[in-house]
Design a protein around this ligand. Structure first.
Ligand SMILES: C[S@@+](CC[C@H](N)C(=O)[O-])C[C@H]1O[C@@H](n2cnc3c(N)ncnc32)[C@H](O)[C@@H]1O
Length: 190
């Protein structure tokens, strides 16, 4: 099996940490691919899925319905900087897939400062043993600055509390997406 891309690797990181009865979060549900992935692994759990775009919420709702998993997912048309208001107790995983809604205007794109703030919040909302994944698009307009912010905020986390991984495809053309994965340590290393 090939590594494929940063999104695929984000799924592998989440699969490593999430169990069927967990609660998980998709911070940017977009067209619903990541939300569907999450809903299919938490078969006895719950997914909270956010997006500021009404089109994204509608597209995700349609995809979930098509696959018969809508009952496990709560959709929130909300800015991901407000995650804390919805995530009342620690969750197993929070996924960010930054950038713009494919097929829609690029004005829907995430913004560097907002993404930084949301990721900073998210790492404190996952339980010990949980994971935050962030797919960054350095090749997009504004994406290099956003990637820089994400690397700065995650790279500054305490190594006593977190393991932080950056996965970059070194030999691909045109600034491919990269993955930042934050694992919150548990037990005696936390
Ligand atoms: C690359 S798309 C997400 C793709 C999606 N995960 C999927 O599987 O189809 C990025 C999404 O981030 C959303 N977005 C932009 N700013 C946001 C914000 N402040 N809060 C929540 N979502 C935001 C956009 O509307 C867009 O749908």
């Amino acid at each position: 099996m090939s590594f494929r891309n940063a999104v695929n690797l984000s799924h592998l990181c989440v699969k490593m940490r999430v169990k069927p009865d967990d609660t998980v979060v998709d911070a940017t549900c977009g067209n619903g691919h990541d939300t569907l992935f999450l809903a299919q692994i938490v078969t006895r759990g719950r997914v909270l899925a956010f997006d500021i775009s009404p089109l994204a919420i509608a597209n995700t709702a349609a995809r979930l319905k098509e696959h018969g998993v809508s009952h496990r997912v709560e959709l929130c048309q909300e800015d991901f900087r407000n995650l804390r208001a919805y995530v009342r107790s620690p969750v197993a995983a929070i996924m960010f897939n930054l950038g713009y809604l494919p097929g829609a205007s690029r004005e829907t794109a995430t913004k560097a400062e907002h993404s930084r703030e949301a990721v900073e919040t998210a790492v404190n909302l996952v339980r010990p043993g949980g994971v935050v994944t962030v797919v960054c698009y350095p090749g997009h307009q504004g994406g290099a600055e956003e990637t820089h912010e994400i690397l700065a905020v995650t790279g500054g986390l305490s190594q006593k509390e977190f393991e932080v991984l950056k996965v970059d495809f070194l030999n691909q053309a045109h600034n491919p997406p990269l993955l930042v994965a934050v694992y919150r340590l548990e037990g005696d290393r936390a």
